[in-house]
Design a protein around this ligand. Structure first.
Ligand SMILES: Nc1ncnc2c1ncn2[C@@H]1O[C@H](COP(=O)(O)OP(=O)(O)OP(=O)(O)O)[C@@H](O)[C@H]1O
Ligand SMILES: [Mg+2]
Length: 261
């Protein structure tokens, strides 16, 4: 039997494209006939707007309830993107690190929920908030794999430090097996900008040193942003858009992982 992939989209920085990537990967996965759930661990409500839903005011219908002691396995997923194969669990601003700080084994609440009440989807995407806190620790502890979107506007050294922080945090959680980083995904790329080309080169060196795949850069692309604004995946608005190939490549890799471990 194929095993479920739980993919955390993680990054130290905000605005690097985690939610955009989550939505577009989910759509590609579903177009291949597979089921996918995205869990929103952020409090900024962007996931729901990127898939055309309104914010959910009832916290019991959101991710917050997963972190309640009484969670009974009713995941409250909503079908989105005009596909019965894609569902999301909406985020909630009341879910904060402080809120779960007094719990025992507080880093493992999501992981335990997913083990006790498994989701049927072959892919579960965890759309994380920026930075590492108790909530992102929960994503790390629950995940089988990690994808790190990066902004091309930062320094290569910052990226190296950021990956190191994720690796250290994962080690501290003493996970067995630990999640595997499937790749780095540079975003907001401007073709021809000299400093970005240099950065990509430096990134290539970091990636090969750490033995992590570097995906082709995602261009700063108005059509991608427009699709999010319309609450759709890029492939829904522009099926032939070349950027869709990058999401396709990541999904190819996820399928490979699913079949070969
Ligand atoms: N390649 C791109 N081209 C143009 N706009 C983009 C691209 N990638 C993301 N965006 C836009 O940049 C903004 C930030 O993207 P997104 O919300 O996906 O990032 P994030 O990492 O999830 O941010 P946050 O940390 O705030 O949750 C959004 O307005 C999105 O539409
Ligand atoms: Mg986001």
């Amino acid at each position: 039997m194929n095993s479920q992939i739980i993919l955390a989209l993680l990054s130290d920085a905000g605005g690097v494209g985690k939610t955009t990537v989550a939505v577009n990967l989910a759509y590609e996965w579903a177009m291949r006939g597979r089921s996918v759930a995205i869990l929103d661990l952020d409090s900024n409500h962007s996931l729901e707007s990127f898939v055309g839903l309104k914010a959910e005011s009832r916290s019991e219908k959101t991710i917050s309830q997963i972190f309640e002691r009484e969670f009974d396995g009713n995941w409250q997923l909503k079908q989105v993107l005009a596909s019965e194969k894609i569902a999301i669990l909406q985020g909630n601003s009341s879910l904060t690190a402080e809120k779960i700080a007094s719990r025992t084994r507080r880093e493992y609440i999501l992981s335990k929920a997913l083990q006790k009440f498994p989701l049927p989807h072959s892919l579960v995407i965890l759309d994380c908030r920026a930075g590492l806190d108790l909530i992102t620790d929960n994503a790390l502890a629950a995940s089988t794999h990690i994808l790190i979107p990066l902004d091309l506007g930062v320094k290569a050294k910052t990226v190296a430090n950021s990956i190191q922080r994720i690796l250290t945090e994962t080690e501290n959680l003493e996970l067995n097996p630990p999640p595997k980083i499937i790749g780095l995904l540079p975003n907001h790329y401007t073709k021809g900008a000299a400093y970005e080309e240099q950065f990509l080169e430096a990134l290539g060196k970091i990636a090969s040193k750490l033995d992590i795949k570097l995906y082709p850069p995602v261009r700063r692309w108005g059509y991608l942003k427009n699709a999010s604004t319309l609450g759709q995946a890029l492939k829904q608005t522009r099926a032939g858009d070349p950027l869709c190939q990058i999401f396709g490549e990541i999904v190819d890799d996820l399928e490979g992982i699913e079949h070969n471990g």
